[in-house]
Design a binder for this molecule. Structure first.
Ligand code: PLP
Length: 405
């Protein structure tokens, strides 16, 4: 098998046999001619299969070193397709800091349909073993998790789950197949929000599922066609185009994240940094074993709590205050009020002082300067909150905001 970067550029994408075009043409046709009933060139109707989507599925499956791959209209549609295998009475295990959308799908869509669930600390195989039930069909893993960057030992989870006959699904969105290949670690299914690093440019929403299991593949292909939550050919093209540079982007994301983490680790506005590359991170050794590098996602808890977190995210200029992650531009957000709002009041609620950063691939010194300035504001907000009598947080904010203009 050729190298990762080669497959990212060529898998599923030979030059067009008709014109020689080196970039795969976007195939917009919704239907395909048949010479006689049932005799055609492999395509009938575009929801079922189309050339651009097939190229994307071949390319991404090749990157995950999987036999089968299925593209969906979003990461959530991909997750839904996997979980549609469950029937009333089945039980699913989710991480106790799962992505808010996964929690919402399980707790608010599947649960009313008769599927039960438990949120468990997947960093502890013992806790997982204790929580497993005879009817547990799926153990849903995210590693690193969104937004806490918790690292889960996929091989250890697979051992427990497989001993009880459950399927292991890994959401590989944060790591990407460049940094981590869950199937090789023992997982049965990999899911992605290709909206993130696979697309890489904040211009396409998509999802992907890979597996080696023919029975699961048959289920996924059936649901993809029967439900029809499929990506458009143009969206498939955008992900294909994005993935060509995945390896170089992930190297730079990881490198820039190291500099950002170094700043956070020494800044007084920061109480705690969550990054698997830090030797003090509880999952550091596992991450070193199962990941090539530690990626571009970083979270931290502001020392001044929620007020300071909100002040910091409002103050950056290069880091755009926005949801989503995994693209070339740096983003910053406040999970409790933004991406993880759906988990408020649940056992999966996040610390309101938490800030999540998606470190982009801009010039690293510019990123460090921008964040340092915002952290200084956060530190001042925390100091003001401690002694409001002599300096108002508002006054300090206004002075700094002048600088923004
Ligand atoms: N999984 C993770 C880890 C995510 O961060 C997200 C979105 O943020 C999703 C799944 C859902 O993907 P999408 O937004 O493409 O539906």
């Amino acid at each position: 098998m050729s190298g990762f970067e080669t497959r990212a550029i060529h898998a599923g994408q030979d030059p067009d046999p008709v014109t020689g075009a080196v970039v795969l043409p976007i195939s917009l046709a919704t239907t395909f001619a048949q010479e006689e009933v049932g005799r055609h060139q492999g395509f009938e109707y575009a929801r079922t299969d189309n050339p651009t989507r097939r190229a994307l599925e071949e390319c991404l499956a090749s990157l995950e070193e999987a036999r089968f791959g299925f593209a969906f209209a979003s990461g959530m549609a991909a997750e839904d397709a996997v979980l549609r295998r469950l029937v009333p009475g089945d039980h699913v295990m989710i991480p106790d800091d799962a992505y808010g959308g996964t929690f919402r799908l399980v707790a608010k869509v599947l649960a009313p349909a008769g599927i039960t669930w438990t949120a468990v600390d997947l960093t502890s195989p013992e806790a997982l073993a204790a929580a497993m039930r005879p009817e547990t069909r799926v153990v849903w893993v995210e590693t690193p998790t969104n937004p806490m960057l918790t690292v889960v030992d996929v091989a250890a989870v697979a051992e427990v789950a497989h001993a009880r006959g459950a399927t292991v699904v890994v959401d590989n969105t944060f790591a990407t197949p460049y940094l981590q290949r869950p199937l090789a670690l023992g997982a049965d299914v990999v899911v992605h929000s290709s909206t993130k690093y696979l697309g890489g440019h904040s211009d396409v929403v998509g999802g992907f599922v890979a597996t080696d299991d023919p029975a699961l593949a048959e289920h996924l292909g059936f649901v993809q066609n029967a439900v029809g939550a499929v990506p458009s050919p143009f969206d498939c093209y955008l992900v294909l185009r994005g993935v060509k540079t995945l390896a170089v982007r992930m190297d730079r994301h990881s490198e820039n994240a190291r500099a950002i983490v170094a700043l956070l680790a020494e800044h007084p506005a920061v109480a705690r940094v969550c990054y698997p590359g830090l030797p003090a991170h509880p999952g550091h050794e596992v991450a070193r074993r199962q990941m090539r590098d530690f990626g571009g996602m970083v979270s931290f808890v502001a020392a001044g709590g929620e007020a300071a977190a909100r002040a910091i995210v409002a103050e950056t200029r290069l880091f755009t205050l926005a949801e989503s992650l995994g693209a070339v531009e740096s983003l910053i957000e406040h999970p409790a009020a933004m991406t993880h709002l759906s988990a408020v009041g649940s056992p999966l609620a996040v610390d309101p002082g938490l800030v999540r950063i998606s470190v982009g691939i801009e010039t690293v010194g510019d990123l460090v300067d921008d964040l340092r300035h915002a952290l200084d504001v956060g530190a001042a907000a925390a100091a003001d909150a401690r002694s409001p009598g002599w300096r108002s947080a508002f006054g300090r904010r206004r002075r700094v905001s002048d600088r923004r203009r």
